[in-house]
Every structure is written in C-alpha cells, then in structure tokens.
Design a protein around this ligand. Sequence first.
Ligand code: GLC
Length: 555
Amino acid sequence: MINDLWYKNAVIYCLSVETFMDANGDGVGDFQGLMRRLDYLAGLGVTALWLMPFQRSPGRDDGYDVSDYYAVDPRYGTLGDFVEFTHAAKQRGLRVLIDLVVNHTSDQHPWFQSARQDPASPYRDWYVWSDKKPKNADKGMVFPGVQETTWTWDDKAGAFYFHRFYDFQPDLNTANPLVQAEILKIMGFWIQLGVSGFRMDAAPFVISAKGPDVGDEPALDYDMLRTFREFLQWRQGDAIVLCEANVLPDTDMDYFGDDGERMQMMFNFQVNQNLFYALASADTRPLAKALKATAKKSSTGQWGMFLRNHDELDLGRLADDQRQTVFQAFGPDPGMQLYDRGIRRRLAPMLEGGQRRLELAYSLLFTMPGTPVIRYGDEIGMGDDLSLPERNCARTPMQWSGEPQGGFTKSDKPVLPVIADGPYGFGHVNAAEQRRQPGSLLNWTERIIRMRKEVPEIGWGTFEVLRLRDPAVLAVRYAWRRNHVLCVHNLSHAPREVSIDVGLGDEDGRLLVNLLGDEHSRADERGRHTLLLEAYGYRWYRIGGLDYLLRRSEI
Ligand code: GLC
C-alpha cells in the first residue's frame, strides 16, 4: 500500500469548474475548459487541485446542495470528461481533491423527496425530523441575516426538518449507519475515478448529534472521522481528507486523532483570522500566539493554511476589538461585510492592490507551518464585484486575457459576470498579460512556489517564533533533519530594522543565506543579525547556508 505523505509539502490550488474556463461556449465553465488550462496550472507549480462541488445540483448554494453524489452536473460535462480530467492531471503530476458535501443534501435529492413523502420511506430516517418546532430553532444558523431558522416546516412530510445551512439544504442524519455507509460509498466511487482525497465540508456538523432534543452544545462523534479515514486508507493508501473545521485549538487533536488515526489535514482557521488581524494592525503577537496554539498536530497530520477562500473571511474567533480593527482596515462598508462576522471581498482589493503588500501576504502564507492553499485568480490579483449577492462577489470567472469576457467564455452570457470595469477589470488584470511581464504577480507567484517546494522544512519541520522587540516583525525559524530556515516578515507600512539572534548558538547561526535575493547576512561579534526590512518587506534565509540536499546526504 502506498502511504506517501505527499500532502505535507504540497501546494494546493482551489478552483470552481463553473467559473474557471468554458470550452463549449455556453457561458458555464466545464471540464473540457479546465483540461485546457492544466498546463497553466502545472506551470504555476501547484501540486494539487481542490475542486469545489461539481456534482449534479440545483445550484442554489453554488453546488453545496448536491442532488446526485454519483453524477457530474451536465452543465460541466460528463463522468467521462471527469475521468479524462483526472488522467490529464495525473500526467502532469497534479493530484485532485474534491469537495465532499455530506452534512446535507439538496432538498431536490431523491432521498429527501422520498423521505418527505412517506413516513415509511426507507429514506425517512436519513434526515432529521421533529413534529413540533424545537425550542432552539432560531439558534445556530450558519448564515445569520439571510437564514432565519434551522428547522423548517414541510407540508408534505407533516413535520419540521433540520437544516444547519439554508432551508433547501436538509441535514443528513449522519448518525444513521446507512447514511455513514453511503458516505463511504461516495468516497470509494470518486477514489476509483482518480481523486487523491476530499475536502470535507462542514466537518464539525457532519459529526455532530442532530435532533429536536439536542441542546446548544451537541455532542460530537469524533470516532466517525476514524471510520472515514480507515476506509480511505484501505482503499487507497495515499488518499486524504482535508477537514473544514473552524474550531478552537483545544479540539484540534480530536480531529487529527492523538495517533493520527483521524483526519490527515485541517484548515487552520485560527491562524487565518489572526493573520488578517496582523495584516490589519501590524501587530503580529496574536498571530504568534495562534501559531503556538496550533503547533501540535499528529505526526502524519498537516495544516491547510490559507488567506481567502470561496466563503467570507470569517473573523468570528477574534476578540471584538480585533474584529473591528480588521473591518476598519479591509471592509469598512457594511456592504463588504457578511453574516455579522466576516468580510466577503477578495484579497487584492482588501489590500488595495499594491503588489508589495500582496507579496508580503503571500510570502507569509507560504511560510506558515503547513501546506498552502491558494485560490484561483489570486495569483493575478483578481478583484471582486460587490454588486453580486453574498459570497458570489468573490466567485467571478477567471480572467485569462484582455479578450471579451476576459477569455473565460465565447458566450456573452457568462454564468456570473466577469469583472470588466475599474482597476480590477480583465483589461488590466489578466493572466495573458501578466505572463509577459517578468515582475508581475503571476510570475512572482510561480517563483515563490518554486522556492516553497525547495524549503520542505516549512511543511515537514518544527518551528519556533523568535522573540523580537518589534511586534510588526514576525521571525519564524523552522528545523527539519538538521536543516534550519528563517523567515522574516515586516507587516508595517514603514521600514523596520530588527536585531535577531537565530538561537542556534553554533557556527551555523553566523551566516544567513538569502533565498530570494543576494543580500546575505553575517552575524556581528555578539552573534546577532541586524536586518533592515523595507515597508512590507520579507526575507527567506537558509541558516548556515548549506543546501538541504547536501545536508540530507550527510545524514
Ligand atoms: C461550507 C462551504 C460553503 C457552503 C456551506 C454549506 O461552509 O464552504 O460554501 O455554503 O458549507 O455546504
């Protein structure tokens, strides 16, 4: 059995087939289109793709409302196209992860249709019902302001059904062994078609107790995660689950499992929120704290690190004043905010487009101790369209060129409007043009990905946040197999000088070899390095300077 921990040092690129590339000219992205862009993705250097849901769906929550888990939505292609795609990705060394949305189905799913029509339906117990409206029906909504309740009356069923998300997304009764068996079957199906794993949507809700009598703090069946993992590993040793779980650090190990017997990967929401606070305030201390709080993981576990994703930037775990600081800096208008807790914009407009600051943000992301997950369009600094509702503003089609519709489609009716006007319009921001400019964000991203792959210490090693006097500067030292790397970031808009003792105490610490430029650093007689970082400056150094490959061969 292959048990390769490939995800420890991967670079994951997330995209939606629907808005990536349309090959047949109907305005909707498709697998044929995505296939034509695989060389672009391989060239960028990413090693794995995460596809948002593409299964058959009425599309009321951008595919997160699945009506058939075993079919490709016809708008995107066929199962045949999907297999061609996974094959073509494999040929280029790209792994494929797909969303696994099994907390709920669409209300159009035949299981729900059968369940609601007849109390004797074999699918009745696949969902969660109540005769009376439960007391906490107006609590626990995931989309406050848009969603009013978590229990909705269904006339046909003659009962209320539970839905953690929108009312058209009835929750599956995941405690039902038949539902659990079906989830395994779904995983087994897609594994067979060539995927390397799943991003498990809404994982804490999948394993949560559900029902009318469940209180505000439902019990969680973490062991369910072990059964998912075991099944996957038995089927295909290198397949993984990447959990979407926005939880507090003290439950992280419940998800990873003390012996790594549960999920291989989790998104690090704690670091994500504090990273945005650090960018907004130039105070890196809470970020350092979040890094320490989430330092523990199982030996085979790994964090998925990210900046923005397809949802709102959820700031719900920050203290109120911290959240206000981020709102003020990056989303001051109420129209930029969402669900009382987050910001719905894309990264570039939040950071006001300056490439220097975007580079800083991405350099930080790529040096967070984990596996970076980037989002389509961010490599060229795409903007958002705040006239679109909720999270759609940051889901506009990829801007490939200066041609009509940004080269996304030949149709004049794209599935979501392409950003055409203003500084982020496709005339200014597109992949074709950035490809030709050596200093573009696209080419910078390609170079930083190449370097990230050459610094496996970040993904594999242990790390330590070095103590500095200046809270605007974050210095992290990584260690793996007797190799050491130091990354330093200045989050301030002003230049900063810092004095650093890399803390290795031997000859090694005297030389810092700059991996991104040619100004190296030699320690003074006290063994300290004085580094001058320009506004939003960042440095990656190999401590001691020996190439890790040389070092490895010594071991
Ligand atoms: C997750 C997804 C989000 C979706 C929700 C319901 O939070 O990231 O996009 O709306 O689950 O499936």
